[in-house]
Design a protein around this ligand. Structure first.
Ligand code: CU
Length: 203
């Protein structure tokens, strides 16, 4: 019996968990997600920060501390800007930003990287990266092609007003495993600064 329990404890971390952005730093748990999404959602993410979104709505529904609008569960898994504001990135249009994904367990499907307006929950402009299919194939992290785990995106032109303040926009990595029917989301906080005038003039 004891052996069985020990074996299960060893297995659990390998069964759970899937992926997140490790660089630049993505939204972690903190006091703001507890306040807005409730302690049940926070605990689920804290125990496995790479896990999928499905399952969280059910936990949230059972938690009287859950505030649907403020939590915004389907954006960034409800992870909050206030818990990541010290990691705000400052970018300028045209800047190439390297992204690293920790893809702990693959589930083949589609994925994209986009900028989302956090007030309207709408993607701003075109996707920065799209894998229509064939994202994260295989059974273990090393089966996944390197360019699906490390790639770069270019900061689009024209975001200097919409994304002037950190928290107004996020860079979101979104992955859906078709067979597993699981969604993964991870968000980087940033603001877009105006280019120095002499650079803008030369461009
Ligand atoms: Cu899975």
């Amino acid at each position: 019996m004891q052996f069985t329990i020990a074996a299960l404890l060893v297995l659990v971390p390998a069964v759970l968990g899937h992926g997140l952005i490790t660089s630049p730093p993505s939204r972690p748990v903190g006091p703001a997600i507890i306040a807005n999404c409730g302690p049940k959602v926070e605990q689920d993410i804290r125990l496995d920060n790479t896990s999928h979104v499905e399952g969280l709505p059910e936990l949230a529904a059972k938690d009287s501390a859950y505030k649907a609008a403020k939590c915004n569960l389907w954006l960034c898994k409800g992870l909050q800007f206030d818990d990541n504001k010290n990691n705000t990135q400052t970018w300028t249009a045209g800047q190439v930003v390297p992204i690293k994904i920790w893809l702990r367990i693959p589930h083949e499907g589609s994925a994209n990287v986009s900028i989302v307006d956090t007030k309207s929950n709408k993607v701003v402009g075109s996707m920065l990266k799209v894998w229509a299919k064939g994202y994260a194939p295989g059974r273990k992290e090393s089966d996944v092609p390197a360019d699906q785990k490390e790639f770069s995106v270019t900061v689009p032109e024209g975001l200097e007003e919409k994304c002037a303040s950190a928290g107004d926009c996020v860079l979101q990595w979104f992955w859906y495993g078709t067979g597993a029917k699981q969604t993964y989301e991870s968000c980087v906080d940033f603001k877009v600064a105006k280019k120095p005038a002499y650079l803008a003039f030369r461009a």
